[in-house]
Design a protein around this ligand. Structure first.
Ligand code: F6P
Length: 343
C-alpha cells in the first residue's frame, strides 16, 4: 500500500481542513495510507508525523485553521535540516508528499523536487489570493467576507460619528482582499500595494465626498501599501525564515495624515488575523475539497511536480515551478471598477 504524506505550511487559512479531509477520504478510496506531517516542513525535520484515518478527519469540514498545525519553517535555512527532511521522508517510507501552502511552502517543494524528493504534488492556499496559475486560492473568499462584514460594521459607527475610518486589511504584495472587500463593503477609497499611495489625492477625494454632503468616509488600505517615495510600513525589522518582515501600521500613519490634512476626525481599525480565522465559506470548502480530491488523482497518475489549480470552473494541474515564478497582483480592470465609487 502506498504511503502518502500531507503537510500544511505558512500562514493558516480557512479551507485547509477541507483539503486534508478530501485527501484522506479520496486517498482511502484509492487504498493509500495517509500520514499527516505536523506543522509544515518542521514536522519532517522533527519527525512529527501521525497516521490519519477516517475518524481523524470526521467533522473537520466547517473548522477554520488546520488540524495538522502549521509553521513558517524553511528547511533550507538551517544547516542540516534538509538532510533531516530527506532522512525522515525515507524512514517513514513515504511514497509521495502533498504540500499545501503559499509561495514559500511551494517554493520549498520545488527545491526539494530538484534535491531528490521528486514525488511531490502542490496545493495552493493563501488568503492573499496572490498565487499565479490559479484563478482563486481557498481562504480568500472567507477572508473577503470577514473583511466585508467588518467594513459594514465600521460604516454605521463612522456615519453616526461623522468620522473617517481607515480599515487596514491583509495583503502583503497584492491588494486582492482590499479590492474585493472594499467593493463588497462599499469603501470610498481603496489603497493597494500595486499602486503607491498619494496622500494628497486621498484627501482631495475625501473632501470631494464631504462637499457633496457626506460626513463620513471609509478608506480601505492593504497592509503592504506604500506611500509614494517610501518603503513598506513594518512592525519590526526582524525577518522570518523566508525573509519577510512583519507588516502592519500603515493604517495608523495614513489616518494621522488624513486627519492633519483634512481636519476631519479619523480613526483606524486594523483587522489583522481575524481575516485568517473562522469557518470557511461554502466556496472555500468546495474549492479545498476539489483541490484535495485532485491532488490524490495526481498522485495516482504519478503527475509529480504539479500543483492543482482553478482555471475558470475547472480544476487543472500546472507545474509547481511555473506557478511560483511570479505573484498574481490585482487585475487593474477590477480596480477600475472599484475606482468608479471613490470619493
Ligand atoms: O500570507 C498571508 C498573510 O496573512 C499575509 O497577508 C500577512 O502579511 C501574513 O500572512 C501575516 O503573517 P503572520 O501570521 O506570520 O503574522
Amino acid at each position: 500500500m502506498a504511503k502518502i504524506g500531507i503537510l500544511t505550511g505558512g500562514g493558516d487559512c480557512p479551507g485547509l481542513n477541507s483539503v486534508i479531509r478530501a485527501v484522506v477520504r479520496n486517498g482511502f478510496n484509492e487504498g493509500y495510507e495517509i500520514m499527516g506531517i505536523k506543522n509544515g516542513w518542521k514536522g519532517l525535520i522533527e519527525n512529527d508525523i501521525i497516521k490519519l484515518d477516517l475518524a481523524s478527519v470526521s467533522g473537520i469540514l466547517p473548522k477554520g485553521g488546520t488540524i495538522l498545525g502549521t509553521s513558517r519553517t524553511n528547511p533550507y535555512k538551517k544547516e542540516g535540516d534538509l538532510q533531516k527532511v530527506k532522512e525522515n521522508y525515507k524512514a517513514f517510507g513515504l511514497d509521495a508528499l502533498i504540500a499545501v501552502g503559499g509561495e514559500d511552502t511551494l517554493g520549498v517543494a520545488a527545491k526539494l523536487i530538484k534535491d531528490g524528493i521528486t514525488n511531490i504534488v502542490g496545493v495552493p492556499k493563501t488568503i492573499d489570493n496572490d498565487i499565479s496559475a490559479t484563478d482563486y486560492t481557498f481562504g480568500f473568499d472567507t477572508a473577503v467576507n470577514t473583511a466585508m462584514e467588518c467594513i459594514d460594521k465600521l460604516h454605521t459607527t463612522a456615519e453616526s460619528h461623522h468620522r473617517i475610518i481607515v480599515v487596514e486589511v491583509m495583503g502583503r504584495h497584492a491588494g486582492w482582499i482590499a479590492v474585493e472587500s472594499g467593493i463588497a463593503g462599499g469603501a470610498d477609497i481603496i489603497l493597494i500595494p500595486e499602486i503607491p499611495i498619494d496622500v494628497e489625492e486621498v484627501c482631495s477625494l475625501i473632501k470631494k465626498r464631504h462637499q457633496r454632503g457626506k460626513t463620513f468616509s471609509i478608506v480601505v488600505v492593504a497592509e503592504g501599501g506604500q506611500f509614494k517615495k517610501s518603503t513598506m510600513v513594518t512592525q519590526e525589522q526582524k525577518l522570518d525564515e523566508f525573509g519577510h518582515v512583519r507588516l502592519g501600521g500603515i493604517g495608523e500613519i495614513l489616518a494621522k495624515e488624513i486627519e492633519n490634512r483634512t481636519g476631519y476626525e479619523t480613526r483606524v481599525s486594523v483587522l489583522g488575523h481575524i481575516q485568517r480565522g473562522g469557518s470557511p465559506t461554502a466556496f472555500d470548502r468546495i474549492l479545498g475539497t476539489r483541490f484535495g480530491v485532485k491532488a490524490i488523482e495526481l498522485v495516482k497518475n504519478k503527475k509529480f511536480g504539479k500543483m492543482v489549480a482553478l482555471s475558470g470552473i475547472k480544476i487543472i494541474d500546472v507545474p509547481i515551478e511555473e506557478a511560483i515564478k511570479e505573484l498574481k497582483t490585482v487585475d487593474m480592470e477590477l480596480y477600475g471598477i472599484a475606482k468608479v465609487f471613490f470619493g
